[in-house]
Design a protein around this ligand. Structure first.
Ligand code: NAD
Ligand code: WQD
Length: 336
């Protein structure tokens, strides 16, 4: 039996495949390569000695998905596939609703048809919206501030309704906080197209000389140094949370949302200082206006993951930054 990993050649998916191989789990990866390349799968083979079975297909393509379930014995699905750029989602909402919502409905229909009713879904801390105060707890009310966040919220609603309708479903929706870092081999990591939107890829491209200076969005928040505070989580810890979540599906029925964070907050300038210390590189920055839609502080209450998955973050900021730097300096142009 294999696990199906949608979006498995992407950033978090590729790290998760490595951790699944490490525990002896067979996987099938499906990805349409909209935001990744098969290079990551070759690198997975370099790290683990095993190459995942790869099917290039779109999760919205029902016939291709049915074909996949016909030709492979799938026990459960980890569903990463989707679009994730907040800014782009405001420009192209239909592609976000199509890929993230309609694509997930297609996947769920095919899973139901083949009686595969175990799922781990990639949700996001974005579902807590901008009204709750950190630490963010799974029981807090959810809301969305942009189409991307709306797609995560809509999929969570669909998953809760589905699990209520049929007790055979076992679903875990993992609400990731801010994933950063890379595998310690330096062979796989985050490989954004174009100018990065997120802080860490931007900082690391400044450090490696691809970009001139970081724009720090706001220094007048009510935080330790006025810059935004986030709960950064090492991607390898996040990948291990998926391994634990798949194990937990056996004992959990219904749909359960679980935060995956460290419970600690770090400011933009603390990240910049740590990056300078680890890389020895200069990181020039300019203070800019606040970025629309940002809030001052976001961090998780991380107790439920410990209780239900037996998981907690093990890697600290030093590892997150030094692993990001190893990946970026060994691969200044990503996988290209
Ligand atoms: P990523 O872009 O690196 O990986 C997503 C993968 O899905 C890519 O390989 C892409 O080619 C593939 N894909 C997209 N649409 C598809 C489709 N219709 N059919 C088949 N494949 C498709 O992103 P990531 O950072 O690894 O994120 C994985 C998941 O985690 C996403 O659902 C994202 O929304 C969610 N998430 C990410 C973050 C983050 O900061 N990285 C935070 C919270 C949640
Ligand atoms: C972090 C901090 C910025 C870039 C986003 C999504 C969220 C989730 C994770 C998918 C903030 C500041 C950033 C820059 C900066 N993704 N910053 N200069 O906004 O917390 O979360 O990614 O689900 O949904 O919204 O992450 O890395 O963009 O920003 O000063 O060039 O860094 O203002 O305080 P964010 P981020």
């Amino acid at each position: 039996m294999s696990l199906l990993i949608t979006g498995g050649s992407g950033y978090i998916g590729s790290h998760t495949v490595v951790e699944l191989f490490t525990v002896g789990q067979d996987v099938v990866v499906v990805d349409n390569l909209a935001n990744s390349s098969t290079k990551s799968l070759e690198r997975i083979e370099q790290i683990t000695g095993k190459k995942p079975i790869f099917i290039e297909a779109d999760i919205c393509d029902k016939a291709a998905m049915e074909n996949l379930f016909t030709s492979h014995d799938i026990s459960a699905v980890i569903h990463f596939a989707g679009l994730k750029a907040v800014g782009e989602s405001t420009q192209q909402p239909l592609s976000y609703y199509h890929n993230n919502v309609a694509g997930t409905v297609t996947l769920l229909e095919v899973m139901a048809k083949f009686n595969v009713k175990k799922l781990v879904f990639s949700s996001s801390a974005t579902v807590y919206g901008d009204k709750n105060e950190s630490p963010l707890v799974e029981t807090m009310p959810t809301s969305a501030t942009n189409p991307y966040g709306q797609t995560k919220l809509m999929v969570e609603s669909i998953l809760f309704d589905l699990a209520k309708s049929d007790p055979q479903w076992s679903i875990i929706s993992l609400r990731y906080f801010n994933p950063i870092g890379a595998h310690k081999s330096g062979l796989i990591g985050e490989n954004p197209n174009g100018i990065p939107n997120n802080l860490l890829p931007f900082v690391s491209q400044v450090a490696v000389g691809r970009l001139a200076a970081l724009n720090v969005f706001g220094d007048d928040y009510d935080t330790v140094d006025g810059t935004g505070v986030r709960d950064y989580i090492h991607v390898v810890d996040l990948a291990k949370a998926h391994v634990q979540a798949v194990n937990a599906l056996a004992d959990l029925s219904g749909c359960t949302a679980i935060n995956i964070g460290t419970g600690n907050g770090t400011s933009v300038l603390q990240i910049v200082d740590k990056f300078k210390e680890v890389s020895g590189a200069d990181i020039p920055f300019n203070i800019r206006e606040r970025r629309p839609g940002d809030i001052a502080t976001v961090f998780a209450e991380a107790k439920l993951a410990q209780q239900l998955l037996g998981w907690q973050a093990e890697l600290g900021l030093d590892e997150m930054i030094s692993d990001t730097w190893r990946w970026q300096s060994n691969n200044p142009n990503g996988f290209e």
